[in-house]
Design a protein around this ligand. Structure first.
Ligand SMILES: Nc1ncnc2c1ncn2[C@@H]1O[C@H](COP(=O)(O)OP(=O)(O)OP(=O)(O)O)[C@@H](O)[C@H]1O
Length: 315
């Protein structure tokens, strides 16, 4: 694919984006990122990495210091209105008038974008979010989970093509988390592009088509989820030995082995990508050395392990 094709395919194109806050702190350092039309993109990063800053600039809440962002070809600074009209943002906190009803709040949000009232559309989104029977309730009377749903309804009120969710499931219970995942999938099926930030690796693992990792204001990696897991994933083979070893025999020094403190477990770590894992050779060698094992099991690294090692290696 040529760079032009990529740009065409991107619904959000971020180029050389930097942000220096008034304090002098550089929160973003030249970020380049293309979000593909119709994908679910998860942005992962530790606290303070720059996730909210990046989203806030794309959504026009914070001004960037350098670089550019196009949303479906509209520059977010020069063409602010059409760019912003394509975007829905679900922020972390609800800053809506607590005395308003759900219906009034969502209807008002739509109006802010200059869209004509469309009660049928609002009814549809409130029903999909299981908020219909709460439409006349005041926001302050809702549970935390329901308030979250209101945030989503507000963000969807003007029929955006790109939806940003900033930590959508932080602090919500498991049931609501699964409901929200389901809803995000349905939205994607209806053609909405989704960008979410999350601390929950499980969420990225479950939902995302592609994953971006941001650390200290730099996008350190953007990859298809499956490729990422295949590329960086490691497998471990653990052997439970019949008799403890005092140390790893010198004949096995060339193998990346680890011996547990009690000398009873030998762990061999290998790349899932490697053509030959070396397991057969290792087992042969152990046999020749008279090291017997009673059990063996293998495990694969999760996205969490991958993420932690990526962020650590760059710290
Ligand atoms: N208004 C501001 N003035 C100065 N520094 C700021 C401001 N807003 C954010 N920062 C700093 O910029 C860095 C990035 O913050 P940001 O909120 O983008 O991170 P994040 O990845 O979203 O983190 P979290 O997961 O904790 O929300 C942090 O070190 C933060 O302290």
């Amino acid at each position: 694919m040529s760079p032009t094709d990529t740009a065409h395919d991107a619904i959000v194109a971020v180029r050389g984006l930097s942000k220096v806050y008034k304090s002098g702190f550089q929160a973003l350092k030249g970020v380049d990122l293309d979000i593909r039309r119709g994908e679910i993109f998860a942005l992962l990063g530790p606290n303070g990495a720059g996730k909210t800053t990046l989203i806030s600039i794309i959504c026009g809440i914070v001004n960037g210091t350098g670089g550019s962002v196009l949303v479906d070809g509209h520059d977010i600074v020069r063409d602010y209105r059409p760019a912003r009209g394509l975007i829905g943002l679900v922020p972390q906190e609800l800053s809506t008038d607590a005395f308003e009803t759900v219906w009034a709040t969502v209807n008002f949000s739509r109006g802010l974008f200059g869209k004509a009232p469309d009660p049928a559309y609002l009814e549809k989104i409130l029903r999909e979010l299981s908020l219909w029977d709460k439409k006349d309730s005041k926001i302050m009377a809702l549970s935390g989970g329901m308030k979250r749903r209101v945030l989503i309804a507000k963000a969807l009120s003007h029929e955006p093509r790109v939806l940003f969710l900033d930590e959508p499931t932080a602090g919500v219970d498991v049931e609501l988390r699964h409901d929200m995942w389901e809803m995000v999938r349905r939205l994607r099926e209806s053609g909405v592009t989704i960008i979410l930030t999350t601390h929950y690796i499980e969420e990225a693992e479950e939902m995302a088509d592609r994953i971006g990792v941001i650390n200290r204001g730099e996008l350190v990696l953007v990859e298809e989820k499956h490729t990422l897991m295949r590329k960086l994933g490691k497998k471990q083979l653990t052997l439970s030995l019949q008799a403890p070893l005092a140390s790893i025999p010198s004949e096995l020094e060339s193998w990346p082995l680890e011996l547990s403190q009690d000398g009873l477990c030998l762990t061999y770590t290998f790349d899932t990508q490697a053509e030959a894992t070396g397991i057969a050779d290792l087992l042969k060698k152990l046999g020749a050395l008279g090291i017997d094992f009673k059990d063996l099991h293998s495990s694969e690294s999760s996205l969490e392990d991958i993420f932690v090692s990526l962020v650590r290696s760059r710290a």
